[in-house]
Ligand binder design. Structure first.
Ligand code: FE
Length: 141
């Protein structure tokens, strides 16, 4: 699913071609016991589903783009919710005509390469659902 090397608290990851990036990243974090951290990366995909939260209705609108795109900027954080890895990742994808689509990343299928850097934090970052926003917000006591 992925290969990686480690340099202290940083992990340099290459996800295998044709994998779904968010599942692979979640599996990596779970397997390495990384429940707090940050992630950034680049790559290429042929399918991506982005999610937009309408703040009025608090409903998510998902949209899938099925075309070859460059993951020109993928950035996010790693925390935990109910003891499990919780990923919050946003990404921009560059299309063949050089326009960009972007937003909250739900899933993306790798077609080419996906090179990520994960940094492990040593604190505990919990989340809990917030009624007002409809989001799983950081829970700092
Ligand atoms: Fe988001």
């Amino acid at each position: 699913m992925y290969k990686f090397i480690q340099d202290g608290d940083k992990y340099i990851i290459s996800i295998d071609n044709h994998q779904e990036i968010m599942s692979a990243l979640a599996a990596f974090c779970q397997e390495q016991g990384i429940l707090a951290g940050e992630v950034y990366g680049i790559g290429a995909v042929n399918k991506a589903t982005l999610r937009f939260l309408n703040p009025v209705t608090k409903k998510y609108v998902d949209k899938t783009f099925e075309e070859q795109m460059e993951a020109s900027s993928l950035v996010g954080n790693i925390s935990e919710k109910d003891g499990k890895v919780y990923l919050h990742v946003h990404a921009n994808f560059g299309r063949a005509d050089y326009t960009v689509v972007g937003g909250h990343l739900l899933s993306a299928t790798l077609n080419g390469a996906c090179e990520l850097v994960v940094t492990r934090f040593h604190c505990k970052i919990d989340r809990q659902f917030d009624d007002e926003t409809g989001l799983n917000l950081y829970k700092f006591d």
